[in-house]
Design a protein. Structure first.
Lengths: 235, 218
């Protein structure tokens, strides 16, 4: 069983169909599967529904797929800082399902864990609750949210071993874990692939069972959305 | 006249400092974007407060020194930050499990409107571009105590602490305390009305009353 593919294009071979649903990892531009997004863009696949916390920014991340009009619908919690998104949304060309961030993460986690729905307090009494079942537990109202099962998950990790055991780095973990688990197939890109036995089994963040295909995406030129620094105090 | 106005009430930093007085030793806290972020600069010396970032971190450190920015290390506002010795990282599902599960002691958030029943609206203005609610709905649903820090009136002078929110809600009956540039309102539980408990320097109770349409005690 060989999980390592020579390129993003090769790793996505046979997995892309028009109208499919994708789950993508990343928060802002942090931990986004940029090689896989580039390959999806190049494939020309269209009418995509994408569950992702954000929609990239202009011409970065999923913003690239918006620019080429390959996206039919986004399921996201926050889509600011993206002019093309705004234009398509206001023109009615792009469908958006706003989903609270924690609910989106849990919908992916639940979908991947075989849980088709769950009750949550988040969004009770707001627009998010419209059309959803409300159930009272111990005197408090909760709404029913559905788990997400995607046709394909695309994620970005830090290090993986050849079997697909994977580690993330710092806050780049974010949605990559829940997104990985909810796809019928998960393709991961990483910065480094090491031989099996090189990673401490106690320190694996995403066990290999969730990773079907793997590519080495390096070298990366990671983008920072808002660079904030402090001055060194004088000695 | 202009001078009198400038000297009255709290600045953004002073509002953040007032919110910081609600911190307690050992608290795990989530700070929203804007004025709430400034609370981090006002944590009392000797007090251990751990800041949570909903994109998957406990123990937010200060902004990094120039040259030490790490694209893999950002806060929920997508700004570069640093880590502390006691920091930990986790995924978004875990992050919101701790939020929704009531493990976070306090959240300080911005607000567009708060109703006298503790409803909060802070994510959407119909007719304008909708950016999304991010993690705000999860925070108000799950965190033990919610403080809203906002200007007392909007730019056109209309009250923001009002009988009922006109904007789409972030959460219904979720706010415990309101800190504005003029005053502080608090309620002991979600069944009680808000009470005016503090006035900013130079501000009178009459002025607060005249700029508030919500009913409150005190």
């Amino acid at each position: 069983m060989q999980k390592i593919y020579p390129s993003a294009e090769a790793a996505l071979e046979g997995l892309l169909t028009d109208g499919m649903t994708l789950a993508a990892g990343g928060f802002g531009l942090c931990g986004i599967p940029e090689r896989l997004i580039d390959a999806i863009q190049a494939s020309g696949v269209k009418d995509l529904t994408i569950a992702s916390n954000n929609a990239g920014i202009d011409n970065e991340g999923l913003g690239k797929l918006l620019r080429t009009r390959q996206v039919k619908k986004m399921i996201s919690s926050y889509v600011g800082e993206n002019k093309e998104f705004e234009r398509q949304f206001l023109a009615g060309e792009l469908e958006v399902e706003f989903c609270p961030q924690g609910t989106l993460a849990e919908r992916m986690r639940a979908g991947g864990a075989g849980i088709p729905g769950f009750y949550t307090k988040t969004g009770v009494g707001t627009q998010v609750a419209e059309g959803k079942e409300v159930k009272s537990f111990d005197g408090e109202d909760y709404i029913l949210e559905r788990g997400i099962r995607a046709d394909l998950s695309v994620i970005k990790g830090w290090k993986a071993d050849e079997s697909g055991n994977l580690m993330f780095r710092k806050t780049a973990r974010n949605f990559n874990f829940p997104a990985a688990t909810c796809g019928r197939v998960c393709v991961a890109e990483v910065e480094e692939i090491v031989p099996v036995g090189s990673l401490d089994p106690d320190c694996i963040h995403l066990p290999s069972i969730y990773v079907n295909r793997l590519i080495l995406g390096a070298p990366y030129d990671k983008k920072i959305e808002f660079r904030t620094v402090r001055e060194r105090e004088a000695a | 006249m202009a001078t009198a106005v400038a000297n009255k009430g709290w600045t953004r930093d002073q509002m953040a400092a007032r919110a910081a007085r609600e911190l307690e030793d050992g608290y795990y806290v989530n700070l929203g974007i804007g004025i709430p972020t400034l609370v981090a600069n006002n944590i009392p010396a000797g007090m251990t407060v751990t800041l949570q970032s909903e994109n998957g971190m406990l123990g937010i450190g200060p902004f990094p020194f120039a040259g030490e920015e790490d694209p893999d290390l950002i806060n929920a506002g997508k700004q570069t930050i640093s880590e502390l010795d006691q920091s930990s990282y986790f995924d978004s599902a875990q992050s919101f499990a701790m939020i929704r599960g009531g493990h976070i002691d306090l959240a300080v958030l911005g607000g567009m409107e708060v109703s006298e029943h503790g409803d909060l609206a802070n994510w959407m203005v119909p007719g304008k571009m909708i950016k999304g609610m991010g993690g705000a709905m999860d925070l108000v649903a799950g965190v033990k105590k919610i403080i809203v820090v906002m200007e007392h009136v909007s730019k056109d002078g209309s009250p923001k602490f009002i009988p009922a929110c006109t904007l789409p809600l972030t959460g219904k009956n979720v706010v415990d305390m309101i800190i504005t540039d003029l005053a502080v309102f608090q309620r002991p539980n979600h069944m009680s009305p808000f009470k005016l408990i503090e006035l900013a320097p130079g501000v009178t109770a009459e002025e607060v009353r005249s700029k508030t349409t919500a009913s409150y005690e005190g």
